[in-house]
Design a protein around this ligand. Structure first.
Ligand code: SF4
Length: 468
């Protein structure tokens, strides 16, 4: 529920942000044109590389559409979108996302059915993120255009079908099923801006403004009671409604420290700890890991000793497991099994190594039940976000290095980001614990335990970027 205290620490609506929100509301036609332009660029980058021959050794970003598309999607687009969530909230979703535009368009002309219960299952953001991450690794989505078309294009087709079937002028797909909806929602919790709602003004003006033009909130946000920008696509359509909704600045730590105490859920914790800090780390790391090679060799030896040779030879179609013989890039069934095992084990081990200290911190503070743990897990968002951005930008670095760019500053920049994100998470964790009841000694001990929870994911990134 909205309270004055929840809004108290927000900075007052500042002129420029407020004006930008109102500008967006007045220029929705321009926003729609912008969205269709992005849809066009997205379609070209998605489809053209599939019909072209795979790039040879002489192919570069500037002379080959496939390498260019690879660089744009994984080197700029995705890391850029994640960074934009931290800076502007989900502005990308509301203004530029091609899937959002397409699903809303389909919904405008579709069946308009009621949203079934299965779609509203709160576990989708976690499950969809894990499935797409793992499937992307199995098919080498960062390297080849066909899996890109399958993963991103498949998601787009899903968005259009769901839009066509459910809701009217809505973004049902984005609200419930988009594989990155949960991640975007978590990152937006740290954004220094949001659409704030003055409930007193809303209630006061509701009667006198009864003829005011109604707005369509496509991602189905209950605007009147909106406290967090997590589900809001920042489209600006509600800006100025009842003179109560304004785009405004806020402190980036406020939501996690204060509001998340009430709103954090177990699915958030699963997505942060097991998804972003477990599965994602395993997915980014396996191909660089010497442990992966060792495990594979040990299993291969054991299989040969038992005269079971087929897993070392059998391959699967490219849409299940990487299979590009001409490129000398083929994963056998054994490779695939070790890959899945590696990601699953990494996710499990990291989840345990993160969750146990956090749980212990709650215990030390005398906090029983899940809510305190879910709240504390929100403090991990900066480190989780930094990891995913670093992991994706590793692709950028690889592509640029292959094209001869000298990037000697990258290790230092990575270190600075990792240290900054770790300190930010620690600051949030300590701030959350400081607000709880308890002695200083307990709070110090709980903060130390929280720091211990950060150690394992930090070490995993150090292994990947500096040791292996
Ligand atoms: S609450 Fe809805 S209408 Fe308002 S800016 Fe967010 S997405 Fe747009």
């Amino acid at each position: 529920m909205f309270t004055k205290t929840a809004n108290h620490s927000d900075a007052a609506p500042t002129g420029r942000l407020l004006a930008f929100g109102m500008w967006l509301r007045r220029h929705q036609a321009f926003v729609r044109r912008l969205q269709w332009a992005v849809v066009g660029i997205y379609a070209v980058l998605l489809i053209v590389p599939v019909v072209m021959p795979l790039p040879g050794l002489a192919a570069h970003i500037w002379n080959n559409i496939t390498v260019f598309a690879q660089f744009v999607f994984w080197g700029i687009w995705w890391p850029g979108v994640l960074v934009s969530m931290l800076l502007f909230g989900r502005l990308w979703c509301g203004l530029l996302c091609p899937e959002g535009a397409l699903t809303e368009f389909a919904s405008r002309h579709g069946r308009g059915r009621a949203i079934p219960r299965w779609i509203k299952w709160p576990g989708w953001p976690f499950v969809a993120f894990v499935l797409t991450t793992v499937y992307g690794q199995m098919t080498s989505v960062y390297q080849y255009p066909a899996p890109v078309l399958l993963v991103l294009g498949g998601s787009t087709v899903g968005a259009v079908i769901v839009g066509y079937l459910y809701g009217r002028n809505k973004r049902v797909w984005c609200r419930y099923l988009c594989p990155v909806n949960g991640v975007f929602g978590l990152l937006a919790k740290l954004a220094p801006m949001r659409y704030g709602v003055d409930r007193a003004k809303w209630d006061m003006n509701a009667a006198t403004h009864s003829h005011e033009h109604r707005f369509n909130c496509a991602p189905l946000v209950p605007v009147k009671n909106m406290e967090s920008p997590s589900p809001c696509h920042m489209c600006g359509r509600c800006s100025g409604f009842h003179d109560a909704v304004t785009l405004q600045a806020r402190h980036p730590n406020d939501e996690v420290v204060k509001l998340s105490g009430r709103t954090a859920t177990k699915w958030d914790s699963l997505l942060i700890i097991t998804g972003l800090m477990g599965v994602a780390i395993g997915a980014f790391e396996w191909s660089a890991s010497p442990w992966f090679i060792t495990i594979k060799q040990m299993l291969a030896m054991a299989l040969v000793n038992h005269n079971i040779i087929w897993p070392l030879q059998a391959t699967l179609p490219w849409w299940i497991l990487t299979n590009y013989a001409a490129q000398n890039d083929v994963l056998t069934v054994l490779d695939g099994a070790v890959l899945l095992g590696y990601i699953a084990t990494t996710a499990l081990v990291l989840s345990v190594l993160i969750a146990i200290p956090l749980k212990a911190a709650c215990r030390v503070m005398g906090l029983r039940g899940g809510q305190a743990f879910y709240h504390l897990s929100h403090a991990l968002i900066p480190l989780a976000a930094c990891g995913v951005i670093l992991g994706l930008s590793a692709q950028t670095v690889t592509l640029l290095r292959a094209d001869g760019f000298a990037l000697s500053w990258v290790p230092m920049a990575r270190l600075a980001l990792l240290v900054g994100a770790t300190l930010w998470s620690q600051w949030l964790g300590t701030s959350i614990l400081r607000r709880k009841d308890g002695t200083i000694a307990r709070k110090v001990a709980a903060s130390a335990l929280f720091a211990l929870g950060l150690a394992a994911p930090v070490y995993a990134w150090v292994l990947m970027f500096w040791i292996w």
